[in-house]
Design a binder for this molecule. Structure first.
Ligand SMILES: Cc1ncc(COP(=O)(O)O)c(C=O)c1O
Length: 463
């Protein structure tokens, strides 16, 4: 979700694109940019976005009849792969009972019980998108604390909430400037943007504004600037540090697990750090996997904080389609099928692909880093000698022209990577040997294309 430059001159891959190109032209005539979420437009990599007509298991099939191994998985949700027979059956059964009632349902109770069973959240409210979840969590944190300021980290994406679209000013504890026209300066001014993993910056922000900070919100482990794990100092992870610092100042710690929830591990990122270290976030947000490919998301946390939410408390929040029965059926079936075996498979598959990508790039002489966090990973086309990317500035210092060449060479060979250098790669339970072999076979040529790429371009427009 990071800003990336457009490159309209990038060539289309060798695969057929006539049908996708025709659909894109029609789409652009009626929809801004031809897409309903910006990164889908391929602005960062150039060429024609593929219009997908169907998907099964690990494979996407486009309007021109091309097939791709999918390493995007709908940006995370498709943990079991596409068209999983049991999820499809649950959805069909739910649809046959009616698609929306605007009343409470058993499915909502069961989905929330499943989330509460896997996470430290004591109470959970269902919503329809991750954006809604983070927006509502922040309103609740402000309502609970009676304070206005929100601390976030540069490079962390929390959806298109006004207060969270703020871009970083300079370094430490700088009041943010709006990250998009349309975000009022007054709203951005209530957001402090800090460098990720920078404890001194967090301490300085709390020292200066501590009694005005409602909450710190962070991606539980960033995946929207590429995968940047929370760093450990003397055995304490960055999230544990944030939780302790917020508590010391009467602020709330909001852990955004929209991407990592039920994905990085069975218990999300919290299973990898909080559960080991013995701390819990005050509020958490979820989405993606818990909707099983449908619009469902959630926020939850401490019972005393959630008690402020309407109708029990005064903080208002609502949604016509919240807890939609079809989405709940898809999400519940997905979570119930997401067993330890599934997470072991994702782990092994991520290791195989990450290692192979790294080997191919090394063999082609391309400087790079692979970073892992649980079952998630991404590649950074860094300069020679860079050993770690710990924040957004590090992520931005990438050779994006190499990524573009790599991306198109993979696409040409039937592998669908995220069309931006700043995204995590996602695998699923359906990425079997055939799919993995297909990716492995494509890597050497893509690595050579990355090595041969010679046109750096400057940063600019938003993806
Ligand atoms: C960490 C995180 N939070 C929030 C969101 C927003 O979710 P949605 O796109 O469902 O609004 C995203 C989306 O990618 C995300 O990755």
């Amino acid at each position: 979700m990071c800003p990336t430059p457009a490159d309209p001159t990038a060539p289309d891959s060798g695969s057929r694109v006539e049908a996708s190109a025709a659909l894109f032209e029609r789409a652009r005539a009626v929809t801004p940019g031809g897409v309903n979420s910006p990164v889908r437009a391929f602005s960062a990599v150039g060429g024609t976005p593929r219009f997908i007509e169907r998907a099964e298991g690990a494979w996407l099939h486009d309007a021109d009849g091309n097939a791709y191994v999918d390493l995007v998985c709908s940006w995370g949700p498709m943990l079991l792969g596409h068209s999983h027979p049991e999820v499809t059956a649950a959805v069909q059964a739910a649809v046959s009972r009616g698609t929306s009632y605007g009343t409470p349902t058993r499915a909502e109770v069961e989905l929330v019980e499943e989330i509460v069973g896997r996470t430290p959240a004591e109470r959970v409210r269902l919503v329809s998108s991750g954006t809604e979840a983070t927006m509502s969590a922040i309103r609740l944190a402000r309502g609970f604390t009676g304070r206005d300021l929100v601390v976030k980290f540069a490079g962390c994406y929390h959806g298109h909430v006004d207060a969270l679209l703020a871009a970083a000013g300079s370094g430490v504890a700088t009041h943010a400037v709006p990250g998009s026209p349309g975000v009022p300066e007054a709203v951005a001014a209530a957001t402090l943007v800090l460098p990720y993993n920078d404890r001194a910056a967090v301490e300085a922000a709390f020292a200066e504004h501590g009694d005005r900070i409602a909450c710190v919100i962070t991606e539980a482990a960033p995946g929207n600037m590429g995968v940047v794990p929370p760093a450990y100092v003397d055995g304490q992870g960055f999230n544990a540090f944030l939780s302790a610092t917020a508590r010391a100042h009467g602020a709330l710690f909001v852990s955004d697990e929209v991407m990592t929830g039920f994905r990085a591990s069975r218990q999300g990122q919290w299973g990898l750090d909080g559960a080991q270290e013995g701390w819990v976030p005050d509020l958490m947000t979820f989405g993606k996997v818990m909707g099983g490919g449908f619009p469902a998301a959630a926020f939850g946390g401490r019972a005393d904080v959630m008690a402020l939410l309407s109708p029990d408390g005064p903080v208002y929040q609502a949604g016509t389609l919240s807890g939609n029965p079809v989405a709940c059926a898809a999400g519940l079936t997905t979570l119930r099928l997401a067993t330890d075996d599934v997470y072991s498979h994702l782990d092994r598959t991520a290791t195989t692909l990450a290692d192979a990508a790294s080997e191919a790039l090394a063999a082609a002489g391309v400087p790079h880093l692979v970073q892992r966090n649980g079952t998630m990973f991404s590649l950074f086309f860094t300069d020679e000698g860079v050993t770690e990317v710990v924040d957004f500035a590090g992520a931005q210092a990438q050779a994006q022209h190499r990524f573009r060449a790599f991306f198109h060479a993979m696409l040409d060979q039937g592998v669908y990577l995220p069309p931006s250098a700043f995204e995590a790669w996602f695998v699923s339970a359906a990425h079997d040997e055939r799919a993995v072999e297909h990716v492995l076979a494509a890597l050497p040529a893509a690595a050579r294309a990355a090595a041969a790429a010679t046109t750096p371009t400057s940063a600019g427009e938003s993806a």
